[in-house]
Design a protein around this ligand. Sequence first.
Ligand SMILES: Cc1cc2nc3c(=O)[nH]c(=O)nc-3n(C[C@H](O)[C@H](O)[C@H](O)COP(=O)(O)O)c2cc1C
Length: 343
Amino acid sequence: MTAAGDRAPREAGGRRSGVLDRTLCVAPMLDWTDRYCRRFHRLLNPRALLYTEMVAAPALLHGDPARLLAHDPGEHPVALQLGGSEAAELAACARLGEAWGYAEINLNLGCPSARVRAGRFGACLMADPGRVNECVAAMVEAVRIPVTLKQRIGIDQADDYDHLARFVDGIARAGCGVFIVHARKAWLQGLSPKENRDIPPLRYDRVQRLKGDFPRLEFVVNGGIGDLDQAVALLRGLDGIMLGRAAYHHPWLLAEAMPRLFGVPMPFARRTDAVRAFRPFMDRELAAGTPLSRMTRHLLGLFHGRPGGRRWRRILSTEAQPPGAGLEVVERALAQVSEESRL
Ligand SMILES: Cc1cc2nc3c(=O)[nH]c(=O)nc-3n(C[C@H](O)[C@H](O)[C@H](O)COP(=O)(O)O)c2cc1C
């Protein structure tokens, strides 16, 4: 264990942060892992560490913290991912995150999008380790919860192992003990963010080598993990795995991960039970004015590959859209799927 992870838990926003289990993390995904998505994922997996979408530090400091940070207590534990490159700003945002009850503050060094680059944060910061060290040190100083990094294995031409190892070593000295590594480099020019998630080859061996060279640091591997067999294999020798697209498109994987990764029963025997368990939350949110589709859009992949899965997706993606749509739409979709799933 290292500096950030060793810190004593203390009351943060009314709850204890404690030691976090990072065996299974669900990746930060802009527009996808909003608070509705996370509430559903939490039902499916009580043990995973969930990440927010990236919140840009300037937006948080000059905008409305309640809008950007509010979440349901039932989501915990949740890590707040920040984007930024100014140490003082990031420290102030980390403090806000801690006060709002987040369990970890994560700094985004993996996003290559032009917009993020224009703000001088995300993956381009990997070219400026001195600045990252300053930012990390300021955040570690500001909060008692862990400060972690999500990064690539390299950017552009700076993609050899020694470069990566030096980068990690420097940041560990600044007080970060947990590295989530998307096991691909990023090309800052020429590839879109989407292409940068698929085209550069996966190098899990680089993350495994980091763990061998820095055994006291925690390494969570991310990128291209599509099923639980692969997750189990990668967990041998690493501290955790982070699932992004697979968890979003096939959320039932999260339930199946309970026996496979944690050795405990699935929280629900059937997918339909999970939807029923989500109903009280949706009901409360509808009463507070949240449109149904903001919640049901995260449920579309639940029956993927199952009888009735297409019908489920079609009913939710069309009938949940109109203003005023309520839980009767979910009931209709559910009735179809339960009938067909019994076949
Ligand atoms: C729609 C979408 C939005 C994303 N937004 C973020 C983000 O806000 N912050 C971040 O660090 N990574 C973001 N990512 C990258 C993921 O966190 C993850 O690193 C990437 O998808 C690779 O993991 P996977 O192959 O398991 O999906 C995003 C990915 C997707 C598909």
